[in-house]
Design a protein around this ligand. Structure first.
Ligand SMILES: [Zn+2]
Length: 379
Protein backbone atom coordinates (compact mmCIF):
# COMPACT_ATOMS: atom_id res chain seq x y z
CA UNK A 1 0.00 0.00 0.00
CA UNK A 2 1.19 3.51 -0.82
CA UNK A 3 0.01 6.91 0.37
CA UNK A 4 0.90 9.61 -2.13
CA UNK A 5 0.43 13.34 -2.48
CA UNK A 6 0.25 14.17 1.24
CA UNK A 7 2.03 16.42 3.72
CA UNK A 8 3.60 13.76 5.91
CA UNK A 9 4.23 14.74 9.54
CA UNK A 10 7.41 12.99 10.69
CA UNK A 11 9.60 13.58 13.77
CA UNK A 12 12.11 15.31 11.47
CA UNK A 13 9.63 17.68 9.85
CA UNK A 14 6.91 17.72 7.22
CA UNK A 15 7.68 15.81 4.02
CA UNK A 16 6.05 16.70 0.72
CA UNK A 17 6.62 14.98 -2.63
CA UNK A 18 7.19 11.75 -0.73
CA UNK A 19 5.43 8.41 -0.83
CA UNK A 20 4.67 6.47 2.34
CA UNK A 21 4.86 2.72 1.81
CA UNK A 22 3.22 0.23 4.17
CA UNK A 23 3.59 -3.52 4.18
CA UNK A 24 2.56 -6.24 6.62
CA UNK A 25 0.96 -3.70 8.95
CA UNK A 26 4.11 -1.62 9.27
CA UNK A 27 5.43 1.58 7.75
CA UNK A 28 8.19 0.32 5.46
CA UNK A 29 9.59 3.43 3.83
CA UNK A 30 9.25 7.12 3.07
CA UNK A 31 10.78 7.79 -0.31
CA UNK A 32 10.77 10.62 -2.86
CA UNK A 33 7.68 10.09 -5.00
CA UNK A 34 9.59 10.10 -8.29
CA UNK A 35 11.55 7.02 -7.15
CA UNK A 36 8.57 5.06 -5.70
CA UNK A 37 7.95 1.65 -7.31
CA UNK A 38 4.53 1.11 -8.91
CA UNK A 39 1.86 -0.24 -6.53
CA UNK A 40 -1.69 -1.17 -7.40
CA UNK A 41 -2.91 -0.22 -3.90
CA UNK A 42 -2.63 3.54 -3.64
CA UNK A 43 -4.26 6.21 -1.50
CA UNK A 44 -4.16 9.73 -2.91
CA UNK A 45 -4.02 12.07 0.09
CA UNK A 46 -4.99 14.99 -2.12
CA UNK A 47 -2.58 17.39 -0.42
CA UNK A 48 -3.96 16.67 3.07
CA UNK A 49 -1.95 16.02 6.20
CA UNK A 50 -0.67 12.48 6.75
CA UNK A 51 -0.24 12.11 10.51
CA UNK A 52 0.30 9.32 13.02
CA UNK A 53 -3.03 8.00 14.35
CA UNK A 54 -4.12 9.37 17.72
CA UNK A 55 -3.67 7.42 20.97
CA UNK A 56 -6.17 8.04 23.79
CA UNK A 57 -4.96 6.56 27.08
CA UNK A 58 -7.94 7.74 29.12
CA UNK A 59 -11.39 7.08 27.71
CA UNK A 60 -14.37 5.36 29.30
CA UNK A 61 -16.70 5.15 26.34
CA UNK A 62 -18.23 6.72 23.28
CA UNK A 63 -20.79 6.21 20.55
CA UNK A 64 -23.33 4.90 23.09
CA UNK A 65 -20.97 2.34 24.65
CA UNK A 66 -19.07 2.14 27.94
CA UNK A 67 -16.25 -0.30 28.61
CA UNK A 68 -17.87 -1.13 31.98
CA UNK A 69 -20.70 -2.70 29.94
CA UNK A 70 -18.15 -5.52 29.73
CA UNK A 71 -19.43 -6.82 26.40
CA UNK A 72 -17.58 -7.39 23.11
CA UNK A 73 -20.16 -5.12 21.44
CA UNK A 74 -19.15 -2.24 23.72
CA UNK A 75 -15.48 -2.53 22.79
CA UNK A 76 -16.34 -2.95 19.13
CA UNK A 77 -18.67 0.06 19.14
CA UNK A 78 -16.16 2.26 20.94
CA UNK A 79 -13.41 1.23 18.52
CA UNK A 80 -15.52 2.17 15.51
CA UNK A 81 -16.55 5.51 17.00
CA UNK A 82 -12.98 6.47 17.93
CA UNK A 83 -11.65 5.61 14.46
CA UNK A 84 -14.03 8.20 12.99
CA UNK A 85 -12.10 10.78 14.99
CA UNK A 86 -8.62 9.67 13.98
CA UNK A 87 -7.89 7.37 16.93
CA UNK A 88 -5.93 4.24 16.02
CA UNK A 89 -5.33 2.87 19.51
CA UNK A 90 -6.63 3.52 23.02
CA UNK A 91 -6.88 2.25 26.55
CA UNK A 92 -10.47 1.50 27.55
CA UNK A 93 -10.69 2.95 31.05
CA UNK A 94 -12.59 1.55 34.03
CA UNK A 95 -14.51 3.50 36.67
CA UNK A 96 -14.39 2.97 40.42
CA UNK A 97 -16.75 0.05 40.93
CA UNK A 98 -17.25 -3.08 43.01
CA UNK A 99 -14.41 -5.59 42.64
CA UNK A 100 -16.39 -8.00 40.48
CA UNK A 101 -17.48 -5.30 38.02
CA UNK A 102 -13.87 -4.25 37.45
CA UNK A 103 -12.71 -7.83 36.94
CA UNK A 104 -15.57 -8.43 34.47
CA UNK A 105 -14.49 -5.39 32.47
CA UNK A 106 -10.87 -6.59 32.44
CA UNK A 107 -11.78 -10.11 31.38
CA UNK A 108 -13.96 -8.74 28.61
CA UNK A 109 -11.12 -6.72 27.09
CA UNK A 110 -8.67 -9.60 27.57
CA UNK A 111 -10.97 -11.89 25.58
CA UNK A 112 -11.90 -9.32 22.94
CA UNK A 113 -10.14 -9.71 19.58
CA UNK A 114 -8.96 -6.51 17.89
CA UNK A 115 -11.81 -5.17 15.75
CA UNK A 116 -11.52 -5.29 11.97
CA UNK A 117 -13.07 -1.86 11.50
CA UNK A 118 -11.91 0.33 14.37
CA UNK A 119 -9.18 1.43 16.74
CA UNK A 120 -7.05 -1.12 18.57
CA UNK A 121 -7.30 -1.54 22.31
CA UNK A 122 -3.89 -1.59 23.97
CA UNK A 123 -4.98 -3.08 27.27
CA UNK A 124 -6.89 -1.39 30.08
CA UNK A 125 -6.45 1.77 32.11
CA UNK A 126 -7.82 1.12 35.60
CA UNK A 127 -8.97 4.47 37.07
CA UNK A 128 -9.76 3.88 40.71
CA UNK A 129 -11.02 2.75 43.12
CA UNK A 130 -7.78 3.53 45.00
CA UNK A 131 -8.44 7.28 44.96
CA UNK A 132 -8.68 10.07 47.51
CA UNK A 133 -12.15 10.61 48.94
CA UNK A 134 -11.28 14.34 48.97
CA UNK A 135 -11.02 14.42 45.15
CA UNK A 136 -13.61 11.93 43.87
CA UNK A 137 -14.76 13.92 40.81
CA UNK A 138 -17.49 11.72 39.37
CA UNK A 139 -16.12 8.53 40.94
CA UNK A 140 -18.71 7.23 43.44
CA UNK A 141 -17.21 8.27 46.84
CA UNK A 142 -18.69 5.34 48.80
CA UNK A 143 -16.85 2.88 46.57
CA UNK A 144 -13.37 4.35 46.92
CA UNK A 145 -11.05 2.15 48.97
CA UNK A 146 -7.43 1.54 49.93
CA UNK A 147 -5.17 -0.56 47.71
CA UNK A 148 -5.96 -4.18 48.46
CA UNK A 149 -3.29 -6.71 47.42
CA UNK A 150 -5.88 -9.49 47.10
CA UNK A 151 -7.93 -7.34 44.72
CA UNK A 152 -5.15 -5.96 42.55
CA UNK A 153 -3.48 -9.36 42.27
CA UNK A 154 -6.48 -10.31 40.12
CA UNK A 155 -5.96 -7.24 37.93
CA UNK A 156 -2.31 -8.15 37.44
CA UNK A 157 -3.25 -11.78 36.73
CA UNK A 158 -5.63 -10.68 33.96
CA UNK A 159 -2.55 -9.64 31.97
CA UNK A 160 -4.51 -6.82 30.33
CA UNK A 161 -3.87 -3.91 32.71
CA UNK A 162 -1.41 -1.40 31.25
CA UNK A 163 -2.06 1.77 33.28
CA UNK A 164 -3.45 2.41 36.77
CA UNK A 165 -4.57 5.77 38.15
CA UNK A 166 -4.28 5.98 41.92
CA UNK A 167 -3.73 8.43 44.74
CA UNK A 168 -0.12 7.69 45.77
CA UNK A 169 -0.62 9.07 49.29
CA UNK A 170 -2.98 6.22 50.25
CA UNK A 171 -1.74 3.47 52.57
CA UNK A 172 -0.33 0.65 50.47
CA UNK A 173 -0.22 2.63 47.22
CA UNK A 174 3.55 2.69 46.79
CA UNK A 175 3.83 -1.05 47.50
CA UNK A 176 1.32 -1.58 44.74
CA UNK A 177 3.29 0.68 42.41
CA UNK A 178 6.48 -1.31 43.11
CA UNK A 179 4.66 -4.55 42.35
CA UNK A 180 3.06 -3.18 39.17
CA UNK A 181 6.18 -1.51 37.82
CA UNK A 182 7.97 -4.86 38.08
CA UNK A 183 5.28 -6.20 35.72
CA UNK A 184 5.66 -3.34 33.24
CA UNK A 185 2.47 -1.54 34.30
CA UNK A 186 2.42 2.26 34.17
CA UNK A 187 0.95 4.38 36.96
CA UNK A 188 -0.70 7.80 36.97
CA UNK A 189 -1.30 10.14 39.91
CA UNK A 190 -4.96 11.11 39.95
CA UNK A 191 -7.90 12.00 42.17
CA UNK A 192 -5.18 12.80 44.67
CA UNK A 193 -4.34 15.21 47.44
CA UNK A 194 -0.66 14.21 47.45
CA UNK A 195 1.75 16.80 48.72
CA UNK A 196 4.57 17.98 46.47
CA UNK A 197 6.92 15.67 48.36
CA UNK A 198 4.56 12.72 47.94
CA UNK A 199 4.42 13.34 44.18
CA UNK A 200 8.22 13.22 43.97
CA UNK A 201 8.26 10.09 46.12
CA UNK A 202 5.73 8.47 43.79
CA UNK A 203 7.90 9.35 40.80
CA UNK A 204 10.88 7.79 42.61
CA UNK A 205 8.83 4.59 42.72
CA UNK A 206 8.17 4.77 38.96
CA UNK A 207 4.91 6.68 38.60
CA UNK A 208 5.27 8.45 35.22
CA UNK A 209 1.90 10.08 34.50
CA UNK A 210 -0.64 12.45 35.97
CA UNK A 211 -4.31 11.80 35.24
CA UNK A 212 -6.37 14.70 33.84
CA UNK A 213 -4.01 17.33 35.25
CA UNK A 214 -5.80 20.09 37.22
CA UNK A 215 -8.99 18.02 37.57
CA UNK A 216 -9.32 15.95 40.72
CA UNK A 217 -6.06 16.98 42.35
CA UNK A 218 -4.76 19.33 45.04
CA UNK A 219 -3.99 22.69 43.41
CA UNK A 220 -1.07 25.08 43.56
CA UNK A 221 0.03 27.19 46.50
CA UNK A 222 3.25 29.15 46.36
CA UNK A 223 4.51 27.75 49.66
CA UNK A 224 2.82 24.37 49.29
CA UNK A 225 3.20 23.31 45.65
CA UNK A 226 0.88 20.36 46.23
CA UNK A 227 -0.03 17.66 43.74
CA UNK A 228 -0.25 20.09 40.86
CA UNK A 229 3.09 21.72 41.70
CA UNK A 230 4.78 18.33 41.68
CA UNK A 231 3.16 17.33 38.39
CA UNK A 232 4.06 20.61 36.67
CA UNK A 233 7.70 20.64 37.73
CA UNK A 234 8.86 17.00 37.84
CA UNK A 235 10.16 16.17 34.35
CA UNK A 236 9.69 12.44 34.94
CA UNK A 237 5.92 12.91 34.82
CA UNK A 238 3.85 13.04 31.63
CA UNK A 239 0.75 15.17 32.18
CA UNK A 240 -2.63 14.16 30.75
CA UNK A 241 -5.00 17.02 29.95
CA UNK A 242 -8.68 17.13 28.93
CA UNK A 243 -8.40 20.05 26.53
CA UNK A 244 -12.13 20.34 25.89
CA UNK A 245 -12.45 23.98 27.00
CA UNK A 246 -14.73 22.82 29.84
CA UNK A 247 -12.61 20.85 32.30
CA UNK A 248 -9.91 23.52 32.30
CA UNK A 249 -9.81 27.13 31.18
CA UNK A 250 -7.94 27.58 27.90
CA UNK A 251 -5.29 29.66 29.69
CA UNK A 252 -4.53 26.72 32.01
CA UNK A 253 -4.05 24.43 29.01
CA UNK A 254 -1.56 26.96 27.64
CA UNK A 255 0.12 27.12 31.06
CA UNK A 256 0.43 23.34 31.14
CA UNK A 257 1.98 23.19 27.67
CA UNK A 258 4.47 25.90 28.72
CA UNK A 259 5.35 24.09 31.94
CA UNK A 260 5.61 20.56 30.57
CA UNK A 261 6.40 21.20 26.90
CA UNK A 262 4.81 19.40 23.98
CA UNK A 263 7.00 16.40 24.82
CA UNK A 264 5.51 15.85 28.30
CA UNK A 265 1.86 16.84 27.71
CA UNK A 266 -0.60 14.26 26.43
CA UNK A 267 -4.11 14.87 25.24
CA UNK A 268 -6.90 12.65 26.49
CA UNK A 269 -10.67 12.80 26.07
CA UNK A 270 -11.91 11.12 29.30
CA UNK A 271 -15.00 10.60 27.13
CA UNK A 272 -18.06 8.68 28.27
CA UNK A 273 -20.87 6.79 26.55
CA UNK A 274 -22.57 10.04 25.52
CA UNK A 275 -19.68 11.13 23.26
CA UNK A 276 -21.06 11.35 19.73
CA UNK A 277 -24.68 11.25 20.94
CA UNK A 278 -27.18 14.05 21.60
CA UNK A 279 -27.71 15.74 24.98
CA UNK A 280 -29.74 13.66 27.42
CA UNK A 281 -29.56 11.34 30.41
CA UNK A 282 -26.83 8.70 30.49
CA UNK A 283 -24.82 6.82 33.08
CA UNK A 284 -21.22 6.56 34.12
CA UNK A 285 -20.19 3.69 36.34
CA UNK A 286 -23.81 3.22 37.43
CA UNK A 287 -24.22 6.89 38.32
CA UNK A 288 -26.80 8.95 36.43
CA UNK A 289 -25.20 11.61 34.26
CA UNK A 290 -26.97 14.50 32.58
CA UNK A 291 -25.47 15.90 29.38
CA UNK A 292 -26.43 19.50 28.46
CA UNK A 293 -24.64 21.38 25.67
CA UNK A 294 -22.21 18.45 25.56
CA UNK A 295 -21.21 18.97 29.22
CA UNK A 296 -21.57 15.88 31.47
CA UNK A 297 -22.44 16.26 35.14
CA UNK A 298 -23.53 13.98 37.97
CA UNK A 299 -26.35 15.06 40.31
CA UNK A 300 -24.09 17.10 42.65
CA UNK A 301 -22.85 19.16 39.69
CA UNK A 302 -19.38 17.56 39.38
CA UNK A 303 -18.10 17.15 35.86
CA UNK A 304 -18.44 13.52 34.82
CA UNK A 305 -16.09 12.83 31.97
CA UNK A 306 -16.55 14.48 28.62
CA UNK A 307 -18.11 14.14 25.20
CA UNK A 308 -14.83 15.21 23.61
CA UNK A 309 -13.05 13.44 20.79
CA UNK A 310 -9.30 13.35 20.12
CA UNK A 311 -9.53 15.48 16.96
CA UNK A 312 -11.49 18.10 18.93
CA UNK A 313 -9.03 18.28 21.86
CA UNK A 314 -6.19 18.55 19.34
CA UNK A 315 -7.91 21.46 17.58
CA UNK A 316 -8.47 23.08 20.97
CA UNK A 317 -4.88 22.80 22.17
CA UNK A 318 -3.67 24.31 18.89
CA UNK A 319 -5.94 27.28 19.49
CA UNK A 320 -5.39 27.58 23.27
CA UNK A 321 -1.59 27.31 23.10
CA UNK A 322 -1.05 28.91 19.68
CA UNK A 323 0.49 25.87 18.02
CA UNK A 324 0.56 24.59 14.43
CA UNK A 325 -0.67 21.07 13.70
CA UNK A 326 2.86 19.65 13.34
CA UNK A 327 3.82 21.32 16.64
CA UNK A 328 0.77 20.01 18.49
CA UNK A 329 0.46 16.53 17.03
CA UNK A 330 3.02 14.79 19.31
CA UNK A 331 0.68 15.43 22.25
CA UNK A 332 -1.90 13.16 20.63
CA UNK A 333 0.57 10.59 19.28
CA UNK A 334 4.25 10.27 20.23
CA UNK A 335 3.80 11.50 23.83
CA UNK A 336 1.06 9.03 24.79
CA UNK A 337 3.17 6.37 23.08
CA UNK A 338 6.19 7.37 25.18
CA UNK A 339 4.11 7.47 28.37
CA UNK A 340 2.99 3.89 27.59
CA UNK A 341 6.47 2.68 26.69
CA UNK A 342 5.60 2.30 23.00
CA UNK A 343 8.13 4.76 21.56
CA UNK A 344 9.07 3.87 17.99
CA UNK A 345 6.25 1.34 17.67
CA UNK A 346 3.23 3.64 17.83
CA UNK A 347 2.51 7.34 17.51
CA UNK A 348 5.10 8.11 14.87
CA UNK A 349 5.53 7.98 11.10
CA UNK A 350 8.86 6.30 10.71
CA UNK A 351 9.96 3.06 8.99
CA UNK A 352 9.39 0.11 11.33
CA UNK A 353 6.49 1.66 13.23
CA UNK A 354 2.96 0.27 13.05
CA UNK A 355 1.10 1.71 10.05
CA UNK A 356 -1.35 3.64 12.28
CA UNK A 357 -2.13 6.68 10.18
CA UNK A 358 -4.77 9.37 9.87
CA UNK A 359 -5.36 11.73 6.96
CA UNK A 360 -6.42 15.14 8.27
CA UNK A 361 -7.86 18.04 6.32
CA UNK A 362 -6.98 21.67 7.03
CA UNK A 363 -9.72 21.81 9.66
CA UNK A 364 -8.08 18.85 11.48
CA UNK A 365 -10.98 16.54 10.69
CA UNK A 366 -10.16 12.88 10.07
CA UNK A 367 -10.75 11.93 6.42
CA UNK A 368 -9.25 8.44 6.56
CA UNK A 369 -8.02 6.27 9.41
CA UNK A 370 -5.66 3.31 8.97
CA UNK A 371 -4.85 0.82 11.73
CA UNK A 372 -1.86 -1.48 11.22
CA UNK A 373 -2.02 -0.91 7.46
CA UNK A 374 -5.76 -1.51 7.13
CA UNK A 375 -8.16 1.31 6.29
CA UNK A 376 -10.85 1.25 9.01
CA UNK A 377 -12.60 4.53 8.24
CA UNK A 378 -13.10 6.90 5.34
CA UNK A 379 -15.15 10.09 5.62
ZN1 LIG B 1 -11.00 10.84 36.58
Amino acid sequence: MQIVNGRIITPDGVLTDHTLITDGGLIRALIPSDSAPPDSEMIDAGGQWVAPGFIDVHVHGGGGHDMMDATPEAIHGMARFFARHGVTSYLPTTMSAPAEAIVRALENVAACPQPEDGAQHLGVHVEGPYLSADFPGAQAPDILRLPDPAEYARWFASGVVRLITLAPELDGALEMVDEGVRRGIEFAIGHSGASYEQVLMAADHGVRQATHTFNGMLGLHHRKPGTLGGVLTDDRIYAQIISDGIHTHPAMVKLLVRAKGTDRTLLITDAIRAAGLPDGDYDLGNQPVTVRDGICRIANGSLAGSTATMDAVLRNVMQFAGLSLPEAIPMATAVPAAAMNLTGRKGVIRPGADADIVLLDDNVQARLTMVCGRVVYTA
